[in-house]
Design a protein around this ligand. Structure first.
Ligand code: ADP
Ligand code: ADP
Length: 221
């Protein structure tokens, strides 16, 4: 088993009282699965993905990732697990403004202690594949939303992580780009990468092998 959520709740307290975002969420993910999380806006999809990506914590409940109790370990260990095993495609891209396209994509490889020549060849391959060779020295602010999304995807997959978490990965792409990304995800999945994507698109969801439906913070069905 790759990961497991046990009785996960997420809530926020305010003067108006307690608001539940996730309620009693339980599920297991096996290595090699390709899962789509669907549900109406505000149903908790992004929150769930952020918890899986260790950038948000459950208010209550357990999260095990490759046998590690993520809900118990310290921030530093969580960050190490994330960097070692997870690629995250953010809905709002989260690129580093001061770095070029090339440098943004290269960033995760630096953590993995790869030789400079190896890094160069991996980044060159992905720039080529994403038709972005000519953009490599531009900064995120000089790109369209779709191009920024592609850079965010490139950065998330370049280390071929064990787990890819993607929040509406094709939301700003045209239909041809979107299909290319879904085909790429499918190929990575066939090579053993586990993928969990949030999507509103039935077409994108069909690339996966399982759908998790969220409604008011609960898994349905
Ligand atoms: P989805 O991705 O399904 O649209 P989200 O996980 O983004 O849903 O959000 C679920 C609900 O949680 C929304 O109503 C949102 O306003 C609320 N929410 C998210 N983050 C916070 C926060 N930090 N404080 C209070 N409410 C939040
Ligand atoms: P989504 O489109 O996935 O629902 P949003 O645009 O609603 O995402 O949220 C973007 C970010 O703002 C998220 O990281 C979420 O945690 C935070 N957020 C959303 N709603 C609230 C809120 N009501 N209070 C504080 N933070 C929020």
């Amino acid at each position: 088993m790759l990961l497991q959520l046990n009785k996960v709740f997420k809530w926020y307290d305010s003067k108006a009282g307690r608001t539940f975002i996730l309620r009693d969420v339980n599920f297991d993910v096996q290595e090699g699965e390709f899962i789509s999380i669907m549900g109406p806006s505000g149903s908790g999809k992004s929150t769930l993905l952020h918890i899986l990506g260790m950038m948000d914590e459950p208010s209550e409940g357990e999260y095990y990732f490759i046998e590690q109790p993520v809900h118990k370990i310290r921030e530093k260990q969580r960050s190490e697990l994330y960097k070692k095993y997870i690629g995250f495609v953010f809905q709002a891209y989260h690129l580093i403004d001061e770095l070029t396209v090339y440098e943004n994509i290269e960033t995760p490889l630096l953590y993995h202690g790869m030789k400079s020549s190896e890094r160069q060849s991996l980044v060159a391959d992905i720039l080529d594949r994403f038709h972005m060779v000519g953009k490599k020295d531009l900064f995120p602010s000089q790109l369209s939303g779709g191009q920024q999304q592609l850079v965010g995807i490139a950065r998330a997959i370049i280390t071929k992580p064990k787990l890819i978490l993607a929040d509406e990965p094709t939301g700003n792409l045209n239909s041809k780009q979107g299909e290319e990304i879904m085909d790429l995800f499918k190929q990575l999945n066939q090579e053993g990468v586990t993928i969990i994507q949030v999507t509103h698109s039935e077409k994108n969801a069909a690339y996966g092998s399982r759908i998790i439906n969220l409604f008011d913070g609960r898994i349905e069905g």
